[in-house]
Design a protein around this ligand. Structure first.
Ligand SMILES: Cc1cc2nc3c(=O)[nH]c(=O)nc-3n(C[C@H](O)[C@H](O)[C@H](O)COP(=O)(O)O)c2cc1C
Length: 321
């Protein structure tokens, strides 16, 4: 498959997730088989206003093709924001968020709000394509709500405006993250488009990935929530997609070692205080399904320093399996 000029085999994408897919987690997922990653979404307006926190979210990881994702609804500001995002990050492609359902974003016409104004969405893609020299991609949903599903028309407009790839999350804005993703609609988009289409929504195992690829005919797959504390889903899915035997997830001690590696990278990236606060959430995810882990989950909820991280990791490896 090609994203514009970028060639990628068996595309397996880590879904961009605000508050989750920071540089450290993207690095770990890339090591384990995510061959495309995308930064957390960043406001184009905030970039234009030189907001330092937004810029910091755009750090490009190694080991995968990495896109920078921006949101906004003003073509000129999006074009400027796109240039800045690429200047800051050196990313390989620029992704436009047209799927975010959160009221603060979507109700102001950003994110999935753009699916209600397809002409404006198309204008934004054209403006951004003109402004940058890397492929421009779009991530969208099926539409605003059940009564206004417009992804087929929308996809055509994105393609005609110069988008190099389209990711479709098979839900509407009003479904948020509940209900079932509609893979039939993704299949219909794939059938119609000449640019690559990435299927997204409810891929939660290597088996589901195989099923989704067959169902939708999509060129690539994006995995979101199923990666929480489980970057091995990429290793497993990559094997399945290549027709190989799906490897077992490593034993707990090795999984904990990867978690610690992630938090060490996060420490390097954003300092001990923030890295440790955020490790509370990630570390608990890594322990999901582990028996007798309540004592350690309690400890994890109070992590303040990297010493705490190492002490808890040692305890888990000693006491649990
Ligand atoms: C906590 C969270 C944050 C998200 N942030 C973003 C984001 O910044 N940009 C984006 O395009 N999608 C975002 N998404 C949507 C995911 O990328 C993905 O489309 C969605 O979770 C569906 O895939 P899944 O069923 O595999 O989780 C977010 C989802 C979650 C759960």
């Amino acid at each position: 498959m090609q994203i514009g000029t970028i060639k990628v085999d068996n595309p397996l994408v880590l879904g961009p997730m605000a508050g989750v897919t920071d540089w450290a987690f993207r690095t770990v997922c890339a090591q384990l088989g995510a061959n495309i990653t995308v930064t957390e979404m960043v406001s184009s307006r905030a970039l234009v206003y030189k907001d330092k926190k937004s810029a910091a979210l755009l750090r490009k990881n190694t080991g995968s093709i990495c896109g920078a994702q921006i949101f906004g609804n003003n073509p000129q500001i999006m074009a400027q924001g796109a240039q800045l995002a690429l200047e800051i990050s050196g990313c390989d492609f620029l992704d436009i968020n047209m799927g975010c359902p959160m009221p603060k974003i979507a109700n102001s016409g950003d994110g999935c709000g753009l699916m209600r104004t397809p002409e404006l969405a198309a204008e934004i893609v054209s403006a951004v394509v003109k402004a940058v020299d890397v492929p421009v991609t779009v991530k969208c949903r099926l539409g605003w709500d059940r009564g206004s599903i417009n992804v087929l028309d929308f996809a055509k407009r994105m393609e005609d405006s110069g988008a190099a790839m389209l990711t479709v999350h098979g839900r509407t804005r009003s479904m948020l993250y509940s209900g079932k993703a509609d893979w039939d609609m993704i299949a219909a988009v794939k059938k119609q488009c000449t640019i690559p289409v990435i299927a997204n929504g409810d891929i939660d195992s290597a088996e589901a990935a195989l099923k989704c690829r067959k169902w939708t005919g999509a060129d690539g797959l994006m995995i979101g929530r199923a990666t929480f504390g489980n970057p091995w889903i990429f290793q497993q899915t990559a094997a399945a997609l290549q027709g190989q035997e799906v490897p077992e997830r490593p034993l707990l001690a090795q999984r904990v070692a990867v978690a610690v590696e992630q938090f060490t990278l996060a420490h390097e990236d954003k300092g001990e205080h923030i890295a440790c606060l955020e490790a509370r959430k990630h570390f608990a995810w890594y322990l999901r399904g582990v028996a007798y882990a309540n004592y350690y989950k309690e400890q994890i909820s109070q992590i303040k320093t990297m010493d705490d991280v190492h002490r808890i990791a040692e305890g888990i490896c000693r006491d649990l399996q």
